[in-house]
Design a protein around this ligand. Structure first.
Ligand SMILES: Cc1cc2nc3c(=O)[nH]c(=O)nc-3n(C[C@H](O)[C@H](O)[C@H](O)COP(=O)(O)OP(=O)(O)OC[C@H]3O[C@@H](n4cnc5c(N)ncnc54)[C@H](O)[C@@H]3O)c2cc1C
Length: 456
């Protein structure tokens, strides 16, 4: 039997590790239990040749994500700008064009399509501004907005095929989900939570502006180092028992005792644990309805970023799948050249059914189409199918399906007895992002500290 801790934290992603630091600094004893053999969760560095890494999980931070910049600084890490010099390439229904890389850049389309997009974006932002971040279900039109998918809204509010495609691409890129998957209210909440649509999809002045030298997993490694023995790896929690004196947290090999639990798992995974006594039906029904997005992230490694020599940023947006977006993900030195991309939503789902070699061949064929014959023979190709990962079961994060915010919203953050919830999905600001995970974890840890102070 292990010593009783004041808090048992489940999950050593950025949220779990940040919560542990806050608790330890306040003199509260805690143990962090992590299923994997590493911390970081949805942040992961994959080693490649030459002692380099590529990031296969979350990687960017941008303006407004103040807590992340502070944390990076505090941990002695550095940021560098995402490569964004030259032109983006855009292939819209078979027609290729170049696009300047500044914030708010809109593809060169027909005047009708442009007007359509601008009007719809304006309407969307105005609606989003009316969603209360702490309680989206209290928006004046919450029921109406939650009673439809984002796609239904697109069908009613956009007139041109290009305009509809633009919004669908944004949805895939931001949520790795289809517009048909998601509640309109959720799309509005999420966009407001991270500022606005432009910020979410932009590089300069947007959420993709900066990267971390050495990769984001370093953030978690540094935090884990400072926790020492409080972090216990390869402990997959399977069951939580609550009783009058505290909690028991069971893994296949050990039982951990505590006063409180702070669970940082994404909602779907939290719903798969066994609870004794069982969770209230209201909370369990919520976790049945918060699916994770569908994404495979890949990186093709070349001797150098040859696309830069032709004046390209490395960003290619294409309306044809399975790869609809790429980025130059080379390290700050520019060597090797790393071309990174995503297979998202239905593309990700379809591609996950293929054998890896076949999938790789499809990706390389698309990269060759985008960037020419030099892309045909990467030195290395790596990828991660987040849907297949048993400790994520999809990414980037969870989305609310229609009707869920209004029927179950309050259950998202409401503690169940001694169990508290925190993570990217419970954040009010920058929901779904590292910044959101960090803020939600800090707030919940502080709430627990308050609770313990008041009860002592
Ligand atoms: C491909 C990809 C790209 C992304 N891009 C960005 C980006 O550019 N910028 C950004 O801000 N965000 C991005 N994100 C999202 C970001 O990574 C997440 O929001 C953030 O990392 C979530 O942190 P978390 O601690 O809340 O959850 P997690 O990282 O999921 O942490 C939960 C932890 O719990 C562990 N766990 C699961 N089940 C159990 C169990 N039963 N017992 C014990 N432990 C368990 C998991 O292994 C994990 O370590 C991206 C994510 C992905 C996958």
């Amino acid at each position: 039997m292990t010593d009783k801790q004041q808090v048992i934290i489940i999950g050593a992603g950025i949220a779990g590790l940040a919560a542990a630091r806050v608790l330890q600094r306040a003199g509260i004893s805690c143990t962090v239990l992590e299923a994997r053999d590493r911390g970081g969760g949805r942040l992961v560095n994959e080693p490649i040749a030459g002692d380099q890494i590529v990031e296969l999980g979350g990687q960017w931070i941008g303006p407004g994500q103040d807590e992340m910049y502070k944390l990076v600084d505090e941990l002695g890490l550095q940021t560098f700008p995402t490569y964004n010099e030259g032109h983006h390439l855009l292939e819209f229904r078979g027609k290729r064009s170049r696009l300047a890389p500044h914030k708010g850049a809109i593809p060169r389309l027909s005047p009708f399509a442009l007007l359509d997009i601008l009007q719809a974006r304006n309407r969307f932002e105005k609606m989003a501004a009316r969603v209360p971040l702490h309680a989206p279900w209290e928006a004046h039109k919450a029921r109406q907005w939650d009673g439809q998918t984002w796609e239904s809204w697109i069908q009613r509010n956009l007139r041109t095929p290009a305009g509809k495609i633009y919004f669908r691409l944004v949805c895939e890129a931001v949520f790795s989900a289809e517009t048909t998957d998601m509640s309109l209210l959720h799309a509005l909440f999420y966009v407001r939570s991270g500022a606005d649509l432009d910020t979410l999809i932009s590089v300069d002045q947007g959420a993709q502006q900066d990267r971390i030298v050495g990769g984001t997993q370093l953030i978690c490694q540094r935090m884990a180092e400072s926790l020492g023995a409080a972090l216990v790896l390869e402990q997959a929690v399977s069951r939580i028992v609550q009783h009058a004196q505290g909690v028991e947290v069971h893994t296949p090999t050990q039982t951990f005792h505590g006063t409180y639990v702070l669970c940082t798992l994404p909602p779907t995974l939290a719903g798969r644990l066994v609870y004794d006594p069982p969770l209230p039906g209201y909370r369990d029904q919520l976790t049945q309805r918060l699916p994770a997005g569908s994404v495979i992230k890949f990186a093709a490694v070349y001797e150098r970023p040859f696309w830069r020599e032709q004046g390209h940023t490395g960003q290619y947006v294409c309306t044809e799948g399975p790869v609809k977006i790429t980025f130059d993900n080379s390290p700050p030195s520019g060597t090797p050249g790393v071309m990174m991309g995503f297979m998202e939503a239905n593309d990700g789902r379809q591609m996950s059914l293929l054998p890896p070699e076949e999938r790789q061949a499809r990706v390389i064929q698309r990269l060759t189409h985008f960037w020419g014959p030099q892309a045909a023979n990467p030195l290395q190709y790596v990828e991660k199918d987040w849907m297949a990962d048993p400790w994520a079961r999809g990414c980037y994060g969870a989305h609310f399906t229609p009707g869920v915010w209004t029927a179950y919203g309050p259950a998202l953050r409401e503690p169940v007895g001694r169990i508290h919830w925190a993570g990217a999905e419970t954040a009010t600001v920058w929901n779904g992002y590292m910044e959101g995970a960090l803020r939600a974890a800090t707030q919940t840890a502080e709430l627990l500290i308050e609770k313990m102070k008041n009860s002592s």
